[in-house]
Write a protein that binds this ligand. Sequence first.
Ligand SMILES: CC(C)(COP(=O)(O)OP(=O)(O)OC[C@H]1O[C@@H](n2cnc3c(N)ncnc32)[C@H](O)[C@@H]1OP(=O)(O)O)[C@@H](O)C(=O)NCCC(=O)NCCS
Length: 175
Amino acid sequence: MFDKFKSNLNPFPEVDFTQGKSIAHSKSTTSRIMEVLDANGHGNVHGGVILRMADEAAAIVAMKHAQRPVVTARIDRFDFLAPAFIGNVVSINCNLNYVGRSSLEVAVEVSAEDLFTGEIRMIAVSQITFVALNEEGKPTPVPPLIPANAEEQIIIDKAITRRNKLKQILGNDGQ
Ligand SMILES: CC(C)(COP(=O)(O)OP(=O)(O)OC[C@H]1O[C@@H](n2cnc3c(N)ncnc32)[C@H](O)[C@@H]1OP(=O)(O)O)[C@@H](O)C(=O)NCCC(=O)NCCS
């Protein structure tokens, strides 16, 4: 099964890595209604369900930009701000924040909507870093992130400031 999947990808399509892409190019929202199987012991949505949805949705954004497979390298922090309930629609809003040589940081905002009242609550935020891989499974360069407007420039500048602060705290391990 995996051999067939791999042979579909081999060789990867040619990509002009000098051509930058905007944040808007890969930005996306993924939604799903929460069902009984998504519940934890309290009857709310299990945190692991939200984490998995966030990781998958953010990976789609990273892969769309990179045009290469990616692996999750880091989940900086994942703040659960409020619970989501069974029957809510959970939406994962993702956009690229920062792109390095082979790494891509995706900002994730998770909301829960009550379809009957229309209430939308922010339930979690995170930044997830992916690394793009080549045919040998090694880190490979990706196209640069080029801001399309002033708003995108602000997002990138904020991410660079936050990453530099993290580096100061973590030293070389801050990547
Ligand atoms: C992520 C991984 C590919 C990095 O490999 P590596 O040989 O250490 O990579 P390098 O040191 O050459 O660094 C490559 C890039 O990854 C970044 N990186 C590596 N580890 C990182 C981490 N823990 N957090 C953030 N970025 C990281 C580096 O900063 C570098 O970025 P840049 O190219 O934009 O400058 C490797 O550690 C790995 O395979 N980890 C397991 C991934 C996995 O199984 N995830 C779960 C399932 S998807």
